[in-house]
Design a protein around this ligand. Structure first.
Ligand SMILES: [Cu+2]
Length: 319
């Protein structure tokens, strides 16, 4: 047999451990509801931990008792373990085996019911009015954030004030997409011609990743954005920055934006030196959101070259 030179496993293990630790640190920067940055994700976390703990009441005894019973009642000489081949019923055991799961399911249902209503994305229970209104449009492969009351829009950077409710209305101008900012709230689906809502509140200034969780083709992995929660004065400054440095979002620029391009590709066409490398800033006047929505409400199928998300729409980026 050929001699295989096995590398010394210790340095390899150390590298693996270091990698894991450093990865968990880069990932941990509030990209998960396990590190919640707002009340909704915080409740989601509690809910997960509670459900896990309840399920463990059934799982842990099984994991512990199966090997113990197999070991203790195995066939061997001079065994001190009881051997009762005629045994067939124990009320106590039956009560335990059925009662505990019933209790667990009942408790889980109770908490699930409560959490489902508490965490209803349409509910405004977590913040006071006036909420900041944001219209969100899913495109291939970016999210467009429209601030209808501020006359601005952005792609790749989603600025929000802290401690104030953000009331989002979502749709897409392409295939179904799923919006999520794990550290805050979500996920929620959006479909063309329809709207859904999502309300969220950020507790403290923080940068959080947002994404689309519904696979939609080539640029899917790049459909991420930075959610920047800022104190109110910084948020106002950010709005001013977007207003001062943004380009007009009109039918022509929207046409380019809506094509099947990832953020880098659209950045190359629409980006200017005044914008961050990974974000687009816009100013706008018209009610773009409703014109996007109503395009699907004509009672007839939308022509294929008028549908972002099709190869015929505009000049699709070839790749
Ligand atoms: Cu729908």
């Amino acid at each position: 047999m050929a001699q295989v030179n096995m590398p010394n496993p210790i340095p390899l293990l150390m590298v693996a451990v270091i990698l894991l630790v450093s990865m968990s640190q880069t990932v941990a920067a509030s990209d998960s509801f396990m590190d919640p940055q707002g009340p909704i994700a915080a409740i989601q976390k509690t809910h997960l931990l509670r459900a896990t703990a309840l399920i463990m009441v059934a799982v842990v005894p099984v994991l512990v008792l199966v090997p113990l019973i197999a070991l203790r009642y195995r066939r061997r000489k001079n065994s001190s373990a009881a051997y009762r081949p005629e045994w067939d019923f124990s009320a106590k055991l039956e009560f335990l085996m059925w009662g505990v799961p019933v209790l667990i399911v009942a408790l889980l249902s109770f908490y699930l019911w409560k959490a489902t209503h508490r965490l209803d994305p349409y509910s405004t229970a977590f913040g006071e009015d006036p909420a900041l209104r944001v219209q969100v449009v899913g495109l291939d492969w970016k999210w467009l954030f429209i601030y209808p009351d501020l006359g601005i829009a952005s792609v790749g950077e989603f600025g929000i004030p802290t401690k104030r409710q953000v009331a989002m209305t979502l749709t897409t101008d392409t295939v179904m997409q799923s919006f999520m900012i794990p550290a805050l709230a979500g996920q929620i689906y959006a479909m063309p011609g329809m709207t859904t809502q999502l309300h969220l509140v950020a507790d403290a200034p923080e940068v959080m990743q947002g994404e689309n969780t519904q696979y939609n083709g080539r640029g899917f992995t790049k459909q991420k954005f930075r959610t920047v929660a800022m104190p109110n004065d910084e948020f106002e400054a950010w709005v001013q920055k977007v207003r001062d440095n943004g380009i007009q979002l009109n039918p022509a620029t929207y046409q380019t934006l809506a094509m099947r391009t990832d953020r880098d590709e659209v950045q190359a066409v629409l980006g200017t030196a005044k914008m961050p490398k990974d974000a687009l800033y816009f100013t706008m006047e018209e009610d773009l959101f409703h014109s996007i929505l109503h395009r699907y409400h004509g009672g007839e199928a939308v022509l294929v070259d008028q549908q972002p998300g099709t190869a015929s729409f505009g000049l699709e980026a070839q790749k």
